[in-house]
Design a protein around this ligand. Structure first.
Ligand code: IMP
Length: 429
């Protein structure tokens, strides 16, 4: 039995989708535990590019069960759209392949409206994806959310709608100056979604724990990244869920003792979307070069990603917070043509050297990176399939990343395709 968690070790978009897709071979169940359709996983399979926002990437593998845990917030329209698209492409043949936890919270129209309205105030802008994620989690914690099970019971849904909507409309109309939402329209539309989703609803905790007892391997697919965690990230420039390891247990009902490995995904450089501090960000031509070479545009919103050098201070934080047992280094090939590559090894803050990631975003904002420079390999590594195939300078760069982060590399990605991967060791064995 091996139950492995995949976690973003930076600010999201590290290439988790591809790694999950590769590791799915070793697991029978692939599970999402937090976030919602703010995530976007791009997968290249043969000549098809598939972008998934909600359904775990494991769905591309026949016979694997994909579970959306209670910790996820789910937009039913997006979910049903993804199913339809996957069915059209021939990926979902059996409805039993999908399970949606009955306790997960539903993203309602007011969540999206409030998210977008809040973001209009540029002085408080977080740069959210505008998908209603934060407001949905606010209502969950505020004990006024609507869960998937509520949606399937017309009387309960109607009662909750009557309780919640007047407050939301007051906020939308009187505070944000936006149009109010119509109860009847929401009731009809969302009851319709519930009918279509009903066949997928079940209990994530019972299903997964039974699977563990039966000897199945589980793969937990994290969304966003460590530094966007609501508790441990660069608050308030974070998402509203627990992206770190703790989110796995609260978001699925699987106890921590069942987790056997935690792989942190990191790009060979670093990116961030939205607002917030990013010490190793490049504002020059090199940043632009990384953006172009890495095609760094958000798969959910299309926004250009901010680009910078690999930040070892931030990765050490991710190693410690999540107890990472291995690193998967993605997009190493994006650095192919560079003469020199820098790595941020520490921060300088008001004349002080910081080796630890500051917990206060205001301090982080004022940190300047301390860099070490490495020679580039100036050659195409896309065909490398073992460590021995890599040029000496690429091997040296990876060895330095391992040394600085204190965590061994278990996988190296040298291109977007499944086969463009070096598997150093298998976290499932
Ligand atoms: P929200 O999750 O839409 O509330 O956005 C909060 C912050 O998290 C913003 O800075 C977003 O850009 C960022 N964010 C949310 N989801 C992702 C993701 O999947 N990748 C990268 N950044 C994300």
């Amino acid at each position: 039995m091996a139950n492995v968690v995949i976690i973003g070790a930076q600010w999201g978009d590290e290439g988790k989708g591809k790694v999950v897709d590769i590791y799915t071979e070793h697991a029978q169940q692939v599970v999402r535990y937090q976030g919602g359709n703010n995530a976007g996983h791009t997968l290249v399979v043969g000549d098809q590019t598939i972008v998934l926002h909600l359904i775990p990437s494991g769905i591309l593998h026949p016979g694997k069960r994909c579970v959306i845990g209670n910790g996820v917030v789910l937009d039913p329209k997006i979910f049903l759209g993804e199913i339809e698209n996957l069915k059209k492409k021939g990926y979902i043949k059996d409805d039993q392949q999908l399970l949606v936890d009955s306790n997960l919270h539903v993203i309602m129209p007011w969540h999206k409206a409030i998210d977008l309205a809040r973001e209009k105030d540029t002085s408080r802008k977080i740069g959210t994806t505008g998908r209603g994620i934060g407001p949905a989690y606010e209502d969950k914690i505020g004990r006024r959310g609507i869960r998937m099970s509520d949606l399937t019971k017309p009387q309960v849904f109607r009662r909750k709608l009557k309780e919640v909507l007047p407050e939301k409309n007051f906020l939308l109309e009187k505070f944000f100056g936006e149009a109010p939402l119509d109860e009847e329209q929401i009731f009809t539309e969302y009851s319709g979604y519930a009918q279509q989703i009903a066949k997928y609803i079940g209990c994530c905790s019972t299903t997964l724990n039974k699977a563990i007892q039966a000897g199945d391997n589980l793969l937990f697919e994290g969304a966003q990244g460590t530094l966007l965690d609501i508790d441990h990230g660069t608050y308030p420039y974070v998402t509203s869920s627990s992206t770190c390891i703790g989110g796995v247990s609260t978001g699925t009902g699987v106890a921590p003792r069942h987790i056997t490995g935690v792989v942190g995904i990191t790009k060979a450089y670093c990116t961030r979307v939205g607002e917030g501090p990013f010490p190793s960000e490049l504002h020059d031509e090199m940043g632009e070069r990384l953006r172009k070479a890495g095609n760094e545009f958000g798969s959910t919103t299309g926004r250009p990603r901010r680009c910078g050098w690999f930040d070892a201070v931030a990765i050490r934080e991710a190693v410690r917070l999540n107890g990472l047992t291995g690193l998967a280094v993605t997009k190493l090939d994006v650095l192919n043509e560079l003469d020199a590559i820098k790595v941020c090894t520490a921060y300088s803050y008001k004349g002080q050297m910081l080796e630890e990631f500051p917990r206060d975003a205001d301090i982080l904002q004022e940190c300047t990176p301390v860099y070490e420079e490495f020679e580039g390999w100036r050659s195409d590594i896309c065909e490398a399939r073992t460590m021995a195939d890599l040029p000496a300078a690429a091997k040296a760069y990876l060895a330095k990343l391992e040394e600085l982060s204190g965590c061994p590399a278990v996988l190296i990605s040298v291109g977007p395709r499944r086969d463009q991967t070096i598997q150093v060791s298998n976290p499932f064995s």
